[in-house]
Write a new protein. Structure first.
Length: 475
């Protein structure tokens, strides 16, 4: 039986998480991560439904409205949180798709849970979507949903967008279930990626792993009457205008000044903002900063590094390890270099609201984005969108999707610690004129290619099956 919605988004997470308070009541908190940051403003303008998990195990709540979006929860049991979410999604796929920075783990039990939970999301989408509706499936946690949904509802138009990188075939080939994953994705009419390189990795995997004819951006499915699936890149973005507007507010600017004062009014404020994830290169960044202090190229009190790291996937082994390593490193740097009233690294293991984030961006002379691999990295775009004053410098890893678009950033290879140190020093000493020229160019790019344009481009491409090339140009 068809549902009521002409547009249905299916993502592992809802835009809000259910939080059980100490007094037994429940409240809702904005979910972490770039997927929610990007999709929330899109869905606030659309009259659609967002299907996802509410972040706790047990019976799902009834459908509800939050942050201006219709939310339809899918439930996960405690075992499924462990096997599907922490296990297959974040212990197998996440490291595999991020250049195997840590070793992926392959467990058949995790895979079985992944299949089962993907069926549940597909069923929920089939129930919510109106006849002939568009269903837009999001990210690596749900790669089997397009195929499962097409079986249930061949009338639908199905799109899939992968927010993280798609790995080269030589790495993807490790996955024992690689054929099933590709077949799952090929249930869609359009499969979108962040970068052209991700789309071509996917097309190559279709040729190599399951011997399908893939030409330019199209895969042909001989067993389905020659149905064609398109794969192309659609670099995701942010609500740039909203952030620009927020950063211009007097109260946000006052808060930015207050942050600098509270840091002891150093000459330079450096900032890192990430989920606490090993893909983000936080330890590389700290190492570079520590060496700059020990080399005497920067002085305590002259520069302060603020590292905001949202807790993430806290029961997954490699995340537990990373948290310990970061805490030890920060402790060592501060223990060695701090003086009374001068703390070189401010480490904040919290999540903050959007306004506080905007103030932090405005307070920072240098933004450090040093990911070892990152699908896009929206933080880089947020920094740029906040700097209406055309001040500040962005140090950006070349291994982010954002590097394809923000060519005026100071590019770094975060593995090259000497190069990273030089880049930081260059950013600190950049003339206001050069900083403004670079910032202007990056701001133009982010303003013109905002998240509304991303969504409109994807959804338009999904409506036009068979069109040759949907890659958006990166000029
Ligand atoms: P990812 O999706 O891998 O987490 P992105 O950089 O693409 O990385 O997106 C992260 C999003 O989460 C951004 O919108 C960023 O502002 C937000 N964010 C990251 N850390 C924090 C924090 N400590 N408090 C609030 N928001 C945060
Ligand atoms: C990245 C992923 C998202 C995910 C987010 C937060 O942005 O692409 O799919 O939601 O990280 O991670 P979490 O595991 O907390 O959902």
């Amino acid at each position: 039986m068809a549902g009521d919605y002409d547009l249905v988004v299916v993502a592992n997470r809802l835009p809000v998480d259910r939080v059980e308070e100490a007094d037994g009541t429940t409240s809702w908190r904005r979910s972490p991560g770039g997927l929610v940051t990007a999709l929330e403003p899109v869905m606030q303008r659309e009259d659609g439904a967002w299907i996802g998990w509410a972040g706790t195990h047990g019976e799902p709540p009834e459908p509800f409205d939050a942050v201006g979006v219709r939310c339809v929860p899918v439930g996960l049991s405690a075992d499924e949180v462990e096997d599907y979410y922490e296990g297959f999604s974040n212990g197998t796929l996440w490291p595999l798709y991020h250049d195997v920075i840590v070793a992926p783990t392959y467990h058949r039990r995790w895979w079985e849970a992944y299949v089962r939970v993907n069926e549940r999301f597909a069923q929920a989408a089939a129930e919510q979507a109106a006849e002939g509706a568009t269903v837009w499936v999001q990210d690596y946690q749900l790669q089997l949903v397009p195929r499962m949904l097409r079986r249930r509802r061949p009338d639908l138009r199905i799109g899939f967008f992968n927010h993280i990188p798609f790995p080269p075939f030589e790495i993807f080939a490790q996955l024992p279930w690689r054929g099933a994953i590709l077949d799952g994705l090929l249930g869609a009419d359009l499969v979108g990626f962040q970068r052209p390189a991700d789309a071509s990795n996917f097309l190559r995997a279709c040729r190599r792993a399951i011997a399908l004819p893939a030409r330019q951006s199209l895969v042909r499915l001989p067993d389905e009457g020659g149905r064609q699936v398109r794969a192309a890149s659609f670099p995701i973005s942010i609500d740039a205008a909203a952030l620009d507007e927020m950063a211009r507010r007097e109260d946000i600017q006052e808060r930015a000044r207050e942050i600098r004062r509270d840091l002891g009014d150093p000459q330079y404020v450096l900032l890192g903002v990430d989920r606490l994830d090993y893909t983000k290169g936080i330890l590389h960044r700290l190492k570079a900063f520590e060496e700059l202090l020990s080399d005497g190229r920067i002085q305590v009190g002259e520069a302060a590094l603020v590292q905001v790291a949202t807790p993430s996937r806290e029961r997954v082994e490699q995340y537990v390890q990373l948290r310990q390593d970061v805490e030890v490193t920060v402790g060592r740097i501060n223990g060695t270099y701090a003086e009374i009233g001068k703390t070189p690294v401010q480490y904040l293991h919290h999540s903050y609201g959007r306004e506080e984030m905007a103030a932090l961006f405005l307070a920072a002379d240098v933004m450090l984005v040093t990911s070892l691999r990152d699908g896009m990295n929206l933080v880089a775009k947020e920094y740029v969108a906040s700097r209406y004053d055309e001040r500040g410098a962005l140090v950006l890893s070349e291994f982010t999707g954002a590097a394809d678009e923000l060519g005026q950033a100071i590019m770094v290879n975060p593995h090259d610690i000497d190069g990273l140190k030089d880049a930081v020093v260059r950013a600190l000493h950049m003339s206001p004129r050069e900083a403004a020229r670079r910032m202007r160019a990056m701001r133009r790019r982010v303003r013109e290619h905002d998240v509304q344009r991303w969504a409109a481009t994807f959804l338009e491409a999904l409506e036009r099956p068979g069109a040759e090339n949907t890659e958006i140009d990166l000029t």
